[in-house]
Design a protein around this ligand. Sequence first.
Ligand code: 5IU
Length: 486
Amino acid sequence: MKELILKLFEIGALKFGQFKLKSGMISPVYVDLRVIISYPKLLAEVSELLWAASSKAEYSTVCGVPYTALPMATCISVSHSIPMLIRRKEAKDYGTKKMVEGYYEENSKCLIVEDVVTTGSSVLETAELLRKHKIVTSDAVVLLDRQQGGKEKLAEKGISLRSVLTLVEVVENLCEMNKIEKTVVDEVKQFVASNNKSLEKNESEKSGFPFKQKETAASSRIYGGVRCDRGGYRKRAVLSKHLVTRKLFEIMESKQTNLCLSADVVSSADLLDLADTLGPLVCAVKTHIDILDDFSPKVVDQLVEIANKHNFLIFEDRKFADIGNTVKSQYAGGAYKISDWSDITNAHSLPGSGIIEGLKAASGGRKDRACLLIAEMSTKNNLANDVYKEATVKMAEEHGDFVIGFICTSKVSKNPQHVHFTPGVKLKPGKDAMGQQYLTPDEVIKNRGCDVIIVGRGITDSANRLQEATAFRNAGWAAYVQRVSS
Ligand code: 5IU
């Protein structure tokens, strides 16, 4: 490895000094592996190392993340007779409009090849596109891991990242070879650590507790052998088994928001604009994809991109209600292919547990897909009574690998892993002309013990949506802070 590191240093692929990154952050190291293509021997060597690093992965095709990793994937393909796929960055505007070029079989496995990983978002983008084409992507390999959370982020999405080199290993070796000073090594190590730390610190500083929350006998209880506070999203993130629940609670804590925007608009442009403008303020965006007048698969691609950019979950409010066999096709197929792009969907418990089996089957066992059961509705004279509600909670308990919580108007389950989403929220109580009933964020979060407020017209009908969304976000978060610190 020493030789490789030295060569990379010598060709200027690694530079040390003060560099302003895309994010605005000042980094003591700059990595530019594009230059490798000017050194064919090195390119071949690097590709062999990438191939060797992924020897434990199972795959029948390779796909490079455009552009730098494309020649690396090509070398692996040619040297080891492994068919290659190319992921387009933009669809051609003529011909077949394919986003993935090359022959593949449904459910075949593909190894993603990348040159450098920082946050993992480029690998993830490629994985999501391949997954959309029903290509299994559970492994990726990278030449250099900058150790800035990418590996962990990808693991959350079910992708195991192997690397040939890590940044710390690179600088330690260069120092041993007297190429850089020890002070530079320390600076880089500090940069790596503070990047991770600043994430942690951000989270804890942003936890929203004006005074440190103490876990007292009164504020905590034992659930399933785990001691937890009554409502702390952070603790619940840690003890939650389901990936989506963990992710949701983590987003809520790090962005300090329990607001889910109900983006009930009829134009794609309006939907995307809302998601992009209000994305920083929300933990989730709820869609009714079938009310768009101008739906096209491109809209959900763009929505996923925006969700990644602003770190929120997508929740398609489909309210499945049919037999298992039918919802299976409704969830994965049809025009909308909901399971491809929506992290969360919801279902009525009315048909019994077969509906969950059907949805689960359609999700293909993906761990990053989850469902909420409708335990209660916000509307006047709805038919959900206590017996129905209790049976719904029991059904959720029995399907914890897919059901993560409820749509409800008050806390229905004591299981801290269950998330309670509440629709029918405005800043003042009230109703609409068709049976909708509104509660305030304070009532929903503080008094009724729910976790997420779902707000639609309270925001979308406002002349200043950003201002209104901020007001809902602040009200929801303040109610949460009061709940957990009381
Ligand atoms: N929604 C409800 N009540 C429910 C369920 C879903 O309002 O019981 I289940 C949906 C409907 C709409 C959003 O998409 O939540 C609420 O929108 P408004 O905030 O505009 O009322």
